[in-house]
Design a protein around this ligand. Structure first.
Ligand code: NAD
Length: 276
């Protein structure tokens, strides 16, 4: 079944459901990404810090589809922020991926203490104007970081990729994104698996005759999120894509959203300075 697309504020389109490869070792990335492409995923989310751009890129190239039929995202690591260092880091990522252009480049974390994300984004703009990147965005930015970036640059990132799952529904940041035409992309969309035995999730799953993972992915899709679940198990990789044949009711959506406690699994964007 066809994966819906989200139109970004620069006119490019991204598949709403993609595949993430966080914590997949480089040697495993080739078979895992190949399995995802075989299952029908057409969007892959990696990052320089994941250490698997080589295996990921090789799987994408050897799968043999035309380049423009696979959407590829990678991310600039914290230690490389700054104008010139970003240009170098981008070249290094592209050499590892073995691709001649990138669909989406993200600033992985704001690292506001270093105060370099504006210069970093200016380097992204330069790479985009050279045709080496189709779209440029950010990850783990708060509203304050976005306000500063937009204020200084006068351009709005196409996406903000943030921790988002039923226990961290991010209502305010999603509303801010919507009012600025920034697409919301959800990382750890399944709460890294910790939500799959939640009673609300399992009872909705029983109601709709689907698995807990499918119910959570469906919740994201119906909120309008771009979503990039990860699995290394081929049956689960396929299961997580088989989410277009059912819908959650408003009541089921509300019951899942009510799980929001505002609690994070990952780092706080205001204090995350790894790599500095
Ligand atoms: P996730 O929420 O996608 O959970 C993945 C885990 O859930 C798997 O390892 C597995 O244990 C379990 N799982 C997945 N499908 C399942 C199924 N059908 N049945 C049972 N269990 C299942 O967690 P994630 O990998 O942290 O997040 C997804 C992607 O988001 C990452 O791979 C990465 O691409 C991205 N990400 C980005 C950032 C960032 O800072 N920008 C941070 C973390 C993750």
């Amino acid at each position: 079944s066809a994966i819906p697309s989200i139109v970004l504020n620069d006119g490019n389109v991204i598949p709403q459901l993609g595949f993430g490869v966080f914590q997949v070792p480089d040697d495993d990335a080739y078979p895992v990404v190949t399995a995802a492409l075989e299952a029908g995923y057409r969007s892959i989310d990696t990052a320089a810090i994941y250490g698997n751009e080589e295996g990921t890129g090789r799987a994408i190239r050897e799968f043999g589809l035309p380049r423009d039929e696979i959407y590829v995202t990678t991310k600039l690591w914290n230690s490389e922020q700054g104008y010139d260092s970003t240009l170098r880091a981008f070249d290094a990522s592209m050499a590892r991926l073995g691709l001649d252009y990138l669909d989406l480049y993200l600033i992985h974390w704001p690292v506001a203490a270093a105060d370099r994300y504006v210069d970093t984004f200016r380097a992204f703009q330069s790479l985009k104007s050279q045709g080496r990147i189709k779209s440029i965005g950010v990850s783990n930015f708060t509203e304050a970081h976005l306000q500063q970036l937009i204020g200084e640059i006068g351009e709005t990132p196409v996406v903000n990729q943030i921790e988002l799952h039923p226990r961290l529904a991010q209502r305010e940041l999603r509303d801010f994104h919507a009012s600025h035409a920034i697409a919301t992309e959800a990382w750890s969309p399944l709460g890294q698996g910790t939500l799959l035995d939640d009673q609300t999730i399992t009872s909705v799953a029983a109601e709709v005759g689907r698995t807990p993972a499918q119910v959570i992915i469906r919740w994201h899709l119906q909120l309008g999120n771009i979503v990039i679940p990860k699995s290394v198990t081929p049956s689960r990789i396929a299961e997580n894509l088989d989410v277009f044949g059912f819908e959650l009711t408003d009541d089921q959506m509300a019951a899942i959203t009510a799980l929001d406690t505002g609690s994070r699994i990952g780092p706080d964007p205001d204090t995350m300075t790894a790599g500095l």
